[in-house]
Design a protein around this ligand. Structure first.
Ligand code: NAD
Length: 250
């Protein structure tokens, strides 16, 4: 069903994992979809165009305020509007106890995982105010409501993304912009595979702690994100939606 027909959508971190699954879902639902990533996702956008969908790639480092401003400006000049956005690009810091994380690691994590979301939201909101509304989803994590060993900087950012989402939702609710967060559990993506590669026992340990008994799939996050951006979620604002197989309530 082409539920997003006529909509213009941007997704960051769209070269792989959750971002790619969400971009594919938006494009297959009929949206004009901009796939943004620090590694320009040309092949991924081409694949979608070959399937008959409307998709375009854009190289952008979300920690770079000017690059984000230029990208949103380009989208608006090219397509005339921006109806929905998923601010999803993220990185993890090396797995080690908090006091051993270096300044550089902390600063880069904050620059991408928190300031990257901040940068994108600012320019998306300016355009959405101009056109009279829109929907934004920010990718937090189950780690936005729980802790995780050895990931202090990353977890701090994911908590902060929920705070940012809630506050911005209040600021703009009366002006037609709905802002929510999605909080994935452990999802099988290149990011999670890398963690499990470094610690081969990790997958077994994680699955033991997930009541659903398995890791999640990127498509399961995409289903939640599409719903949050749809008119069916018209009164859902400032929500942090856990999609984690019951991990965080266990
Ligand atoms: P991934 O590493 O598989 O993909 C992340 C994408 O973001 C990559 O394509 C990467 O190139 C891009 N990216 C990295 N830095 C960027 C930057 N500065 N600017 C633009 N793009 C950049 O990761 P994923 O597992 O798909 O994670 C996506 C989001 O979901 C992240 O925010 C992550 O923290 C969050 N998340 C993932 C999981 C999981 O288990 N996979 C769980 C909870 C939350």
């Amino acid at each position: 069903m082409e539920t997003m027909k006529g909509k213009v959508v941007m997704v960051t971190g769209a070269a792989a994992g959750i971002g790619l699954a969400c971009a594919e879902a938006f494009a297959r639902a009929g949206a004009t979809t901009v796939l943004a990533d620090i590694n320009t996702p040309e092949a991924q956008a081409l694949q979608l165009r070959n399937e008959g969908h409307d998709a375009v790639a854009c190289g952008c480092d979300v920690s770079d305020t000017r690059a984000v401003k230029e990208m949103v400006g380009w989208i608006v000049r090219t397509y005339g509007r921006l109806d929905a956005a998923l601010n999803n690009a993220g990185i993890q810091t090396p797995q080690r106890p908090m006091a051993e994380i270096t300044d550089e690691e902390f600063d880069r994590t904050v620059a991408v995982d928190l300031k990257g979301v901040w940068n994108c939201m600012r320019y998306e909101i300016i355009q959405m105010l101009e056109q009279g509304g829109g929907a934004i989803v920010n990718t937090s994590s189950q780690g936005g409501v729980t802790g995780f060993p050895g990931q202090a900087a990353y977890i701090a950012c994911k908590h902060a993304v929920i705070g940012l989402t809630r506050t911005a939702a209040i600021d703009y609710a009366a002006r037609g912009i709905r802002i929510n967060a999605v909080c994935p559990g452990v999802i099988r993506t290149p990011m999670a595979e890398e963690l499990m590669r470094r610690n081969p026992e990790l997958e077994k340990e994680l699955v033991r702690d997930i009541p659903a008994g398995r890791l999640g799939k990127p498509e399961e996050i995409a289903n939640a994100v599409l719903w949050l951006c749809s008119p069916q979620a018209s009164f859902v604002e400032g929500h942090a939606l856990l999609v984690d197989g019951a991990f965080s309530i266990h």
